[in-house]
Design a protein. Structure first.
Length: 303
């Protein structure tokens, strides 16, 4: 069967349109009819990948996604790879390291910074018998220096707290001494208590010897009064004792405060301990920073 030139042109156009329709069904394409023919624009594919980041899932013609396919075929295969989760064609895994990757890199950086200090995770027997200049021995020495610094800092903090407490006690002492002066005299209060107890004993005896109701009533009144006097005398004694204790405690706090020289010595001890700790860290690790020191302390199981 022979076709005219017009018939062959028409048939060729129908074939191209069918191909366009088939490709458009597979993936979203931008199709433009121009004077020079048909223009097909494929959107850029974005691979989801394992990390959920921007991967190289879509291939442009001979790109990563579709291998050696033609331009339209490569775009279609790239789009399928971009839309499929998991390990798609091409580089659909993406290039994001994610949280796990960042953590791994950070761990690697710390391990690198520790250098020979990684020996800090050695077992207890190895630490106990390590040579002083060995990797394990220098790590252990750093741990001891770190603990010495902590002890020195605790001692200084305690001394400074004692100085502050003494200052507060000294400020309060005049008022406490005034309260003591105004408190009942303990000697008088004790004498009153002794007399009240004697009165109670006499009243109880009178109650036992009473022969009539009037005598019983009088004895009972004496008993009640004696008990009230006892309570009052005891309260005076307690108030005098409390006032005296407040003064004594304040004075004891003042007397227990370290001197200025003692505090200065403790401050110097902290500085020396910190210097020793830093020197021990420099001997134990590759990168003697605070972060690396903390990491080595974790390996050693200390704060």
């Amino acid at each position: 069967m022979f076709l005219t030139t017009n018939q062959r042109s028409l048939a060729s156009s129908l074939v191209r349109c069918s191909a366009v329709a088939l490709i458009a069904a597979v993936m979203p394409l931008g199709v433009t009819f121009t004077d020079n023919g048909i223009s097909i624009d494929a959107p850029a594919a974005h691979a989801k990948g394992n990390g959920g980041e921007h991967g190289n899932g879509g291939g442009n013609g001979n790109g990563n996604a579709g291998g050696n396919a033609g331009a339209a075929g490569g775009q279609a295969a790239g789009a399928e790879a971009a839309e499929s989760p998991g390990n798609g064609h091409g580089n659909a895994n993406g290039h994001s390291k994610g949280v796990a990757g960042v953590a791994a890199n950070n761990h690697g950086a710390i391990s690198s910074g520790l250098g020979r200090g990684n020996a800090g995770h050695a077992a207890a027997p190895a630490k106990a018998h390590a040579a002083p200049h060995s990797a394990v021995g220098t790590a252990v020495a750093y741990g001891a220096a770190r603990e010495a610094t902590a002890t020195a800092e605790d001692d200084l903090a305690a001394a400074q707290a004692a100085v502050e407490a003494a200052a507060a006690a000294a400020a309060a002492l005049p008022g406490l001494e005034a309260d003591l002066a105004a408190a009942p005299d303990p000697v008088t209060a004790q004498a009153d208590l002794d007399q009240a107890k004697a009165d109670l004993a006499a009243a109880q005896a009178a109650l036992g010897a009473a022969v009539d109701a009037a005598a019983e009533e009088a004895a009972q009144m004496d008993i009640d009064q004696a008990n009230a006097d006892i309570d009052a005398a005891q309260a005076d004694l307690d108030a005098a004792a409390a006032a005296q204790k407040a003064v004594d405690d304040a004075q004891e706090t003042i007397d227990a405060a370290p001197t200025a020289q003692e505090v200065a010595d403790l401050e110097m001890a902290v500085e020396t301990a910190e210097d020793d700790e830093q020197a021990a860290l420099e001997a134990a690790v590759k990168d003697p920073t605070e972060e690396i020191g903390d990491a080595l302390a974790d390996l050693l199981g200390i704060d």
